[in-house]
Design a protein around this ligand. Structure first.
Ligand code: SF4
Length: 688
């Protein structure tokens, strides 16, 4: 068929948080193609999409799609059930936990794949219907340390920049980001910018592909980022390269930061991090000598037991060099899942915050939501995702409602998480697929993908964009918001939303930073960036142009000292393991594994190992290798490559059979954000 003969509708990508817009071409309920929308409707991606945005839609029709609810039969096996029967089981299970232990024994994992409207309802459902504050999402596993670190320093825990700022920067400083694989369209923009003669500095333990385009690449020892960042800050202060006027007028705490970085001399930084004095000097001069510098990072900086300190160190660096609030400057944590910014944080399915980061411990906020939702809300924050499985072990959590996530594979120390899921007295899983977590469920509810429903996503630069239904739901599957509404009403509430724009309307009236955002405006204006306080507000392209979001309007610089991983290599476990993604896969693979074309490129996890280390252990490229930590072991083929440093190994996170989270640790958490230390585990390596 010709494209002209097909039905076409524009929507927003459901894979990563770059937030590409594209037109979807359908024939009946079959998705046949996507094409980037007209550039003016897609400011983020222009004329590009990546391989996933272009080709990864077979999952919608794949054999594994759940098309009806599943309940356990008398033998403990799943059988198909009507919605009525499944809802009956769910209500009975939830109410039994509430009656036996109280609502706070229930927990809920919300989904960063779902829309903003659905995530708003997930937070509301947890507090109003289940009576628990233990509601959280995958943000806890990735950027919650970014949110904590930036909020403490600047006031907002989000990117200060717009995607367009990348093109206006004179220099881009990237760390802990495999941009071309994890955020491909953004990676292409940055590569192009570098090719045009702008500076690109990359600090990373792996020479990731984007480093090939860098004017400076520096290999760092993983786990000690705040040491080299403090070293850069010290060099800049020591050599009077900082922006005195900006520091004087727009920040507080400079003297304390100056004092706190004194010990990070070039010699000390080199000793701890392997970053040479020349590399510190060269990066510091690049930052200082360019008018507009933009700082980007992802999980290499955040997924540590001191991730919040890493972020504050980076926030100090951007502020003392005056790189905030002007075109081409700012901080940009690249968010991972498509809607982790909006659904994972802004909408407040969080243990400690209502939508728009309104703290639940504040009496006024609590009163506002108690009145709007007609319920009492406990002032004590609930458990964070990473704490839920530890709390289950202590008997403090007995039930879980898990939507669109797969903690059995994605949690640190996944063997422990799986054990706890199995021990839950009542577990409901809501997903497109019978994922690994669902094997422990009492009831499984079939949900729909972003192509089968309407709502909004918020991308990595705070941009709220429309998601439109382009095909009918498969079988009896329903949108998350419809399932939540059906359950709420069966549990004594009176929800009455007929479409998701009504949910958005309710949310915006309770949430100042989204106060002017309606679906109608988002559609008409092609996206709106928060904060957007009222219906006349144009949205905010760039944060901190005038002032920071703090009591006194200034950036509060934070002294950050030394930090190291909670577990260090030793004789028994001599390697540092770091984990991450590859271009052709997405998280635990539920959406990408059904794609034959994608699987042709990558159908298994592997381990990258340095040639010298490989030679020492008699390992050749392609050999099977066992990786073992104090928590578990996996066997994967070796990729022998100099892109990884000596003593470090890297493994991706995408396949259940070789689930690398068996090796990571569930107990080493950032004390502020509770982010786990995915980027550092001590392991040993041996030929299989
Ligand atoms: Fe989708 Fe991200 Fe690829 Fe854009 S870069 S098409 S948002 S996966």
């Amino acid at each position: 068929k010709r494209l002209a003969d097909l039905t076409v509708e524009d929507t927003t990508c459901g894979y990563c948080a770059v937030g590409c817009r594209f037109d979807v071409y359908t024939d009946g309920d079959e998705v046949l193609a996507t094409r980037p929308t007209e550039p003016e409707k897609s400011p983020v991606n222009g004329i590009s999409t990546c391989v996933k945005g272009k080709f990864s839609y077979d999952f919608v029709d794949s054999e594994g799609r759940l098309t009806s609810p599943l309940v356990r039969d008398e033998n403990g096996e799943f059988r198909e059930a009507s919605w009525e029967e499944a809802y009956g089981r769910v209500v009975e299970g939830f109410q039994e936990i509430q009656e036996k232990y109280g609502g706070s024994a229930m927990s809920m994992i919300a989904s960063s794949k779902a829309t903003n409207e659905e995530n708003y309802l997930m937070g509301k459902f947890a507090r109003q219907v289940l009576g628990t504050n233990s509601v959280d999402n995958c943000n806890r596993l990735c950027h919650s340390s970014t949110v904590a670190g930036l909020a403490r320093t600047y006031g907002y825990g989000a990117a200060s920049v717009s995607t367009e700022d990348f093109e206006q920067a004179d220099a881009i400083f990237l760390t802990g980001s495999n941009t071309t694989e994890a955020h491909p369209v953004l990676g292409t923009r940055i590569k192009q910018h570098a090719k045009e003669g702008n500076e690109l500095v990359v600090f990373d333990p792996r020479k990731v592909q984007i480093a090939e385009y860098a004017t400076q690449y520096t290999k760092v020892r993983p786990g000690f980022d705040q040491v080299w960042i403090n070293g850069l800050t010290r060099y800049i202060i020591e050599n009077d390269l900082y922006d005195e006027e900006f520091v004087e007028e727009r920040t507080t705490g400079f003297e304390q930061v100056k004092e706190s970085v004194e010990e990070f001399t070039p010699e000390y930084v080199e000793e701890v991090t392997d970053v040479s004095e020349e590399d510190i000097a060269s990066a510091a001069e690049t930052i200082a000598n360019n008018d507009r510098v933009l700082f980007g990072w992802t999980l290499g900086l955040t997924e540590h037991s001191h991730g919040t300190e890493n972020i504050m160190a980076m926030a100090n660096l951007a502020a003392i060099t005056g790189n905030l609030g002007k075109p081409g400057t700012g901080v940009s944590p690249f968010r991972g899942q498509n809607n982790v910014q909006g659904g994972g944080g802004d909408m407040g399915p969080l243990p400690d915050n209502f939508p728009g980061y309104q703290s639940i411990t504040d009496d006024d906020n609590r009163e506002k939501f108690e009145e709007a939702w007609d319920c009492e809300i406990d002032p004590e924050p609930g458990f964070y995702t990473t704490e839920m499985f530890l709390a289950a072990d202590d008997g403090d959590l007995r039930g879980m409602y898990c939507i669109g996530e797969n903690p059995s594979l994605s949690e640190p120390g996944s063997n422990h998480a799986s054990e706890m899921l199995e021990e839950m007295e009542f577990l409901v899983v809501q997903d497109l697929f019978l994922n690994d977590t669902a094997q422990f469920a009492d009831v499984v509810l079939p949900a729909v993908s972003f192509l089968e429903k309407t709502g909004t996503f918020t991308n990595t630069d705070r941009r709220v964009q429309m998601v439109k239904q382009v095909i009918e739901p498969k079988g009896d599957a329903k949108a998350d918001w419809e399932i939540l509404q059906d359950l709420a009403n069966r549990m004594g509430r009176e929800w009455d939303y007929s479409e998701t724009s009504e949910i958005m309307e309710e949310m915006r009236q309770l949430t100042p930073i989204y106060g002017g955002i309606t679906q109608e405006r988002v559609e008409e204006e092609g996206g709106l960036q928060w904060p957007c306080y009222d219906l006349d507000h144009p949205g905010t392209e760039r944060l901190y142009e005038e002032e920071f979001n703090t009591d006194d309007g200034k950036a509060h610089l934070q002294p950050v000292g030394y930090g190291e991983p909670g577990e260090l290599p030793d004789e028994e476990y001599p390697f540092s393991l770091t984990t991450g993604r590859v271009l052709y896969q997405y998280h635990t693979g539920t959406m990408t594994h059904p794609e034959e074309g994608i699987m042709d490129y990558n159908d298994r996890d592997f381990v990258e190992i340095n040639p010298e280390d490989a030679a020492n252990y008699g390992i050749e490229d392609g050999d099977l290798v066992t990786l073992e930590s104090r928590r578990g072991e996996i066997t994967v083929p070796a990729q022998v490559t100099a892109r990884i440093g000596k003593g470090v190994v890297f493994a991706p996170i995408h396949f259940a059979e070789t689930c690398v989270n068996q090796l990571t640790d569930s107990t080493r958490l950032d004390p502020d954000a509770r982010t786990p230390e995915f980027k550092f585990s001590a392991v040993r390596v041996s030929p299989y």
